[in-house]
Every structure is written in C-alpha cells, then in structure tokens.
Write a protein that binds this ligand. Structure first.
Ligand SMILES: [Zn+2]
Length: 229
C-alpha cells in the first residue's frame, strides 16, 4: 500500500534533480544518478597532508582531515548544499553522508573513530531551519559506517547581546569560545570525527576543536562534504 501511494504521488508530484533539473526516477533519492557520478570527489582520506590538512596544520592537534568533494560556485555540489541548507531537503545531507561513509568504510581514516560529532548550529538558526544540516550528514555517515552519532555534548553557547560592547580583542576571545563541551568526561580518551558541510577558512572547526580539547586524551579527525580553498 505504501509503495502504491509512493508511486502515485511520484506520478502526480514528480521530484526534480536540483542539479540538472531532470525528473527523478522512483529509485533516485534527491539527486539523479548521472549528477551523483559527476560529483568531483577528492578521495583525500587516503592522502595524508592533503589541502585540508595543510590548512589546519599547526592550529590545533588533529589526526586526519578528509573532504568528500571539491565545492565551487558552478559545481555539482553547490546546488545540493543549497537545497540542504535553505530548501528543507535534509535527505540530501543524509544521502551525501551515506555516500561519503561508503568511501571511508574499511579505510584507516575511519578505523579508530568512536563518535561522529556534527558541528552544532546556532539554536535560533536550527529552530528556523528545523534541523542541523551537519547532523544530517553525520547521520548518513553513521548509516554507512555503523559509528554512533553524538549530539548534545558539543554545544554552541548562546551569547548575551551586551557583548557587542566589548573590544575587538575581547570579541575574538568570544568567537573562540562559541562552542563548549557539556560533559568532557564523555569524550575522554575517544577519537571524535567532527563533521560539517563545508570547510573554507577552518575557523568554525578550530573553535569546535578548542572546546573538544577540554576532554582528556581526546583525538580529533574532521570530515566535511565540501572544500573551498
Ligand atoms: Zn541531475
């Protein structure tokens, strides 16, 4: 019955691929197969000292960094990230996370990870969007790798508006402290895979790592869907 309803709804309300605009087949979820094959994958999880690792080197201690695809304005990933962030298409995050997870499965990169931890969204933004896009990617990664997702321990701190009166240096101190770990002992001795949608300057990931390092003997690796350098 459910399948019949799916087929009927597909017949009357077909979904379109957000990249090429073609009608999606019933078997295609969110993106057409042709566009999925065109994704410019980096495969850099096999490549120590890749571009993302070079960007973050020396800023905080980490094990490895991997990105799924190259992100560019005219590229295949751009419309997908746009749908994920601004058009309520959380299934695109899950799908891309699953594909990334399949690439990582069995690799040294993923072998020692204990928890997948999405970068928390500002609570106001999350309420507006209805979900955290990084968490959708984390869920997809978890589906493929069977590594559990941890949410609620790495948290975003809500700021007091009077802090705008602070000096520039004080504000930078503030940015550094926008994340916190609620129960540092939960991550003690664990290897965390920190997940976000895109890495550009790396400052958000750096701020998250800063918070995670409160946990004793924690190890940090990073995975993002896109890289823009
Ligand atoms: Zn397409």
């Amino acid at each position: 019955m459910k399948n019949l309803l799916n087929e009927l709804s597909h017949l009357f309300f077909p979904n379109y691929c957000p990249v090429c605009g073609n009608k999606l087949l019933l078997s295609e979820e969110g993106v057409c197969l042709e566009c999925l094959h065109k994704l410019p994958r980096t495969h850099n999880f096999n490549e120590p000292d890749n571009l993302a690792e070079t960007l973050l080197a020396g800023r905080f201690p980490f094990e490895r960094v991997a990105t799924f695809c190259v992100y560019s304005k005219q590229g295949v990933l751009q419309p997908l990230i746009h749908q994920l962030k601004y058009n309520n298409k959380k299934e695109i995050g899950i799908l891309l996370g699953k594909l990334f997870g399949k690439d990582l499965l069995g690799s040294d990169f993923i072998k020692t990870i204990d928890y997948i931890v999405p970068v928390p969204l500002h609570p106001k933004k999350q309420r507006k969007r209805g979900y955290n896009q990084a968490e959708m990617i984390a869920e997809g990664l978890s589906e493929s790798t069977s590594i559990p997702v941890s949410t609620g321990n790495l948290v975003r701190v809500i700021h007091n508006p009077t802090q705008t009166k602070r000096t520039k240096t004080q504000r930078w101190e503030n940015v550094k402290d926008i994340f916190d770990v609620a129960h540092p002992q939960l991550f003690a001795g664990k290897h965390i895979l920190l997940v976000d949608d895109i890495i550009t300057t790396g400052s958000t990931l750096e701020a998250c790592a800063h918070a995670l390092l409160q946990s004793r003997d924690v190890k940090i690796s990073i995975a993002t869907l896109g890289e823009v350098f």
